[in-house]
Write a protein that binds this ligand. Structure first.
Ligand code: FEO
Length: 170
């Protein structure tokens, strides 16, 4: 059985993960409109991953006899001044999510909720990967620039990303 405090914090995390999906879908829409299909694909996959992150917490709350309550999802940014700015905003967002997960782990520890603490370990590891994924794309922008050929090459590479929930389970 989940303590009310933990249940509330987990529900808030579901909302943050759903917002993440909405945010990346908004980025995908801009990239699609700009003719950058690789970037759009990368953002589409990211949005799918975020739905998976939300669902995993949703299922956990239910498994623990808690009550999932869905709240309104904030409106995401619709227009970034460049694709590089879009990825910079992604990194900033992932850093915010990492902090939120770390705060949740701290709360689970304070409340002696060992099951939730263990459940959250998956997210701690996942956030390292999330930040690294975006960070390495930003490194490429630094190396090859974000105009003309540079963005063409990055777009081509990002077209290859696929959603693999099985790997996420590991
Ligand atoms: Fe679900 Fe990108 O953190």
């Amino acid at each position: 059985m989940l303590k009310k405090k933990i249940e509330k914090a987990l529900n808030e995390q579901v909302n943050k993960e759903l917002f993440s999906a909405y945010l990346y879908q908004s980025m995908a829409a801009q990239a699609e409109h700009d003719g950058l299909e690789g970037v759009a694909n990368w953002m589409d996959v990211q949005a799918e991953e975020e739905m998976f992150h939300a669902r995993k917490i949703y299922d956990y709350i239910n498994e623990q006899g808690g009550r999932v309550v869905l709240e309104a999802i904030e409106k995401p940014e619709a227009e970034y001044e460049s694709i590089k700015a879009m990825f910079e905003a992604s990194l900033e967002h992932e850093q915010f999510i990492t902090k939120s997960i770390n705060d949740l782990v701290d709360l689970a520890k304070e409340e002696n909720d060992h099951a939730t603490e263990i459940f959250l370990q998956w997210y701690v590891t996942e956030q390292v990967e999330e930040e690294d994924n975006v960070g390495s794309i930003l490194d490429k922008f630094e190396l090859i620039g974000d105009a003309g050929n540079g963005i063409f090459m990055i777009d081509k590479e990002l077209a290859t990303r696929t959603f693999t929930p099985e790997e996420d389970e590991e």
